[in-house]
Design a binder for this molecule. Structure first.
Ligand code: ADP
Ligand code: ADP
Length: 224
């Protein structure tokens, strides 16, 4: 079986985390969501967390070198040798170049960049109702995907909370940052023949089956 080295791309709220939950189950891949890693670091008041906190609260990106180090550590941990699913990284051309170089130096390469796209009005609607569980970051929505019992995670029983940066002013800032700094990556990956697009406005199950079909095709092509 060839490696599955994947990145998820798309605006905040497009459904990357929601799809990642399913893909991790489908393919048993180690999942690295830089937003989750950083929020945990902030909570635990590690050095990384202390450095990242202000940027995150303002809806800005943390500096490339800070986050690139986190990813390099994961690539060298041994658990990602057969593949990985990155969510929220890369977010700038600089980070994408770093990833390309890091993989190249290890004799590896990216399998695909999966773009889940959705227009601004839709992601604003989604982020304002997003709730995540404190234990494992399982994702819900107050209207589109409510838990069975209000405020409680269906999967692990932990409390559901709203992220501080899902407040309207910060959401607007994050979207602007996405359009300015992350959107150029779409063309960057397109130029390398790695981009695969998915319509994030579809139902989660439909998006999942499109992604699975694409990954199945890529696996077949890799075997030929
Ligand atoms: P979303 O899932 O809504 O797109 P994330 O959870 O990925 O948001 O990210 C939350 C915040 O963490 C970002 O606004 C940014 O401050 C920081 N962050 C996460 N990943 C990166 C990254 N690759 N580079 C710089 N900052 C990042
Ligand atoms: P991202 O990781 O891209 O920031 P999330 O997966 O956290 O996005 O999803 C953002 C919000 O939108 C969550 O509240 C989630 O329940 C909801 N959501 C995700 N995918 C869909 C979808 N296809 N249709 C409607 N709501 C969705």
């Amino acid at each position: 079986m060839s490696e599955r080295n994947l990145v998820l791309l798309g605006p905040p709220g497009a459904g990357k985390g929601t799809q990642a939950e399913r893909l991790v189950d489908d393919f048993d891949l180690p999942y690295y969501a830089t937003g989750n890693i950083l929020r945990e670091a902030v909570e635990q008041e590690t050095e990384l967390g202390r450095k990242a906190k202000e940027y995150m609260e303002a809806g800005e990106l943390v500096p490339d070198d800070l986050i690139s180090e986190v990813i390099a550590e994961r690539l060298d941990s041994g658990e990602a040798d057969d593949g990985f699913l990155l969510d929220g990284f890369p977010r700038t051309i600089g980070q994408a170049e770093m990833l390309e170089k890091a993989l190249d130096g290890r004799g590896r390469s990216l399998t695909a960049a999966l773009l889940i796209d959705a227009p601004d009005v839709e992601v604003v609607r989604r982020l304002s109702g997003r709730r995540t569980c404190v234990k494992n970051n399982h994702v819900y929505h107050t209207d589109f995907d409510p838990p069975k019992n209000e405020g409680v995670c269906d999967q692990d029983g932990s409390r559901l909370v709203q992220r501080d940066d899902d407040k309207p002013e910060t959401v607007r800032k994050r979207l602007q940052v996405y359009h300015d700094q992350t959107e150029p990556l779409i063309q960057w990956y397109e130029d390398r023949g790695l981009l695969r697009r998915f319509d994030g406005t579809r139902e989660p199950e439909e998006v999942n089956s499109h992604i699975r079909a694409t990954l199945a095709t890529l696996a077949l092509e890799a075997e030929i």
